[in-house]
Design a protein around this ligand. Structure first.
Ligand SMILES: *Cc1c(COP(=O)(O)O)cnc(C)c1O
Length: 335
């Protein structure tokens, strides 16, 4: 694969030799018994980093989100999120299937929060005729919004709104690390005000598997029960937690390189660099699928996510030479 420049997603990274060594050396135990010291250490580290009481290691970001929803929204109630949210688009109806939860969505430019639109949408106590809203979900950074970082004042306003109406507030922070590096704001500040937060280790951080849900100690006890019920209680999984711990200590600050490379791609390919907050570049290209197919013939992989929507994601496994190659191949195709 060394000749291929894969910009489809930051999930395609493979563990580095040093990460593999950390995995091989991991102390492990049976985590369903709560006896895997590496998992327990990872959970404590992430809870501390995000300023919440406790954390739970889960196999995927989708499961982290779904456990969060399960804790905040009872069957028959609704969650509101934006129409491009990963929760709404990319989790295959899981909240409906697992939790009996419906969604309503607001429209957002680049996925950016708009507290007025949310205030208009919510129905906190809709009586016996309409579905009542139980929770609001925020995505930071926003995946289909092109890696956009949510503005701090809007996050605060949404948190205030949720509190005023007694609504739960979930943060899909799959790429919260990118928001942290892009803004310089501490992770605990970005995670403040939320009842539940999910974060991924397997996106830009480069771990092969793993996400965490953080919340209060009480909610995490309940999430642990639901994780097992969903069949995701894992045993000597410290091998994977070790990859996550390695990523947290070695792969966070370097996300700045991915962000710089994304800006370079955007500038060279005619996207507005002002729309590139982090590691995702969205190109508005006629016949996106054809562009992606032609680029693939030249070993450059990009995602066509809509008729005119090309997504390029920078990550650990694409260096400056790879960016040069991608620009050489893509520039004539998107012009
Ligand atoms: C990737 C991602 C997730 C979780 O994805 P999994 O593939 O289930 O790990 C959740 N939210 C966002 C915004 C994502 O980009």
């Amino acid at each position: 694969m060394s000749g291929v420049v894969d910009l489809r997603s930051d999930t395609v990274t493979r563990p580095t030799p040093a990460m593999r060594a950390a995995m091989a050396d991991a102390e492990v135990g049976d985590d369903v018994y709560g006896e895997d010291p590496t998992v327990t250490a990872l959970e404590a580290d992430v809870a501390e980093l995000l300023g919440h009481e406790a954390a739970l290691f889960v196999p995927s970001g989708s499961l982290g989100n779904q456990l969060g929803i399960r804790l905040l929204v009872a069957p028959g109630y609704e969650l509101v999120c934006d129409s491009l949210a990963h929760l709404a688009r990319a989790e295959l109806g899981a909240a409906a299937v697992f939790s009996g939860v419906t969604f309503r969505t607001w429209k957002a430019t680049r996925g950016l929060l708009d507290v007025d639109a949310i205030a208009e949408l919510i129905a906190p106590d809709a009586g016996p005729y309409l579905v009542s809203t139980a929770a609001i979900a925020v995505e930071n950074t926003h995946n289909f919004g092109g890696g956009a970082v949510q503005p701090a004042d809007q996050v605060q306003a949404v948190a205030d709104l949720a509190r005023r109406y007694g609504l739960g507030l979930h943060l899909d922070g799959a790429r919260l690390w990118n928001a942290h590096v892009a803004t310089g704001r501490p992770l605990r500040e970005l995670a403040a005000g939320f009842d539940t937060v999910s974060v991924c280790l397997s996106k830009g951080l480069g771990a092969p598997v793993g996400s965490l849900l953080v919340s209060t100690a009480e909610r995490i006890v309940e999430a642990r029960v639901w994780r097992k019920r969903y069949g995701a209680g894992m045993r000597q999984v410290g091998i994977l937690a070790a990859a996550g711990r390695y990523a947290l200590s070695h792969h966070v600050e370097r996300l700045a390189d991915d962000h710089a490379r994304a800006r370079r791609l955007a500038a060279a390919l005619g996207a507005d660099p002002a729309t590139v907050d982090t590691n995702i570049v969205v190109l508005d290209a006629a016949e996106a699928a054809t562009v992606a197919a032609k680029a693939r013939e030249q070993d450059v992989l990009v995602s066509a996510l809509g008729p005119r929507f090309l997504r390029l994601v920078t990550h650990l496994d694409v260096d400056d030479d790879g960016i040069d190659r991608a620009i050489d191949v893509l520039a004539p195709l998107v012009r």
